[in-house]
Design a protein around this ligand. Sequence first.
Ligand code: GLU
Length: 305
Amino acid sequence: MVNYQEILQDIYTEIASSENEGKIASYIPELAKIDANKFGICLTNLVGREYHVGDSDERFSIQSISKVFAASLAFSILGDKIWERVGVEPSGTKFNSLIQLELENGIPRNPFINAGAIVVADMLITHLKHPKNDYLEFVQKLAGENSINFDFSVVDSEKDYGYRNAALINFMKSYGNIENDVDEVLDFYFHSCSIEMSCRELSRAFLIYANHGILASTGEKVLDKSQIKRMNALMQTCGFYDEAGEFSFKVGLPGKSGVGGGIAAVFPKEYSVVVWSPKLNKKGNSVYGLKTLELLTTKSGLSIF
Ligand code: GLU
């Protein structure tokens, strides 16, 4: 039996005392207000046991980790039709890059870069009755926690500085890959990024990706086995901006990061794990988060490879 509590405690102690040259994301001013030294980890296994250390109960802006939930909800509603408007290839470019969109006729490479998540947001607006509310309820259900909410000051901050996302959506609209009003889609997209969750809540919500799509608390099948296989494959290949190869190489788990400093990862049929530490490397991934997960798979001797 792997002693996860001991492993996490060792990792936390080792990393918390190490130098962190990362920088907090400041292009969304509201995110820059967070205490840079926050550091929390939570691992939840398939039987619902939680192992956690540090600031694991404090909520933070999940940012792009939300793209996994949004793509999952769209996949569960539309099935394989979603892949007609968004691809499944790693981008190898920055998360908010415009370059590939012109070469590829307004079809984003994957649902985890901004352009892809904006197309997914458009699909959800078309298919949900009360898009923001229904989406929030979906995330609350996955985490089993009804108090999870948007952080409205982050929403406003994203809106005030969202020039690039506005450029992406208008560009895709010109190719006919956005059905709804651009402001409505952006409003949904910014809200989805601004959801606040703690490491413990996120880790519970990610358990479906380790558990064949089944919500452990109720037995409900949120996604089927094949859909979960595909979401995990996407996280493996596209979950870390243009550092997905490096993450695979060093950690060996599917996962997704966000510029709020969170990283969620899963070991299929074993556990989900979430790390939060706001200082990011140049590619936009949490410095301590990457280190933590590399040490976790090294010390436990378990990875999917
Ligand atoms: N809301 C952020 C943006 O649109 C998400 C970025 C991220 O976490 O990758 O830029």
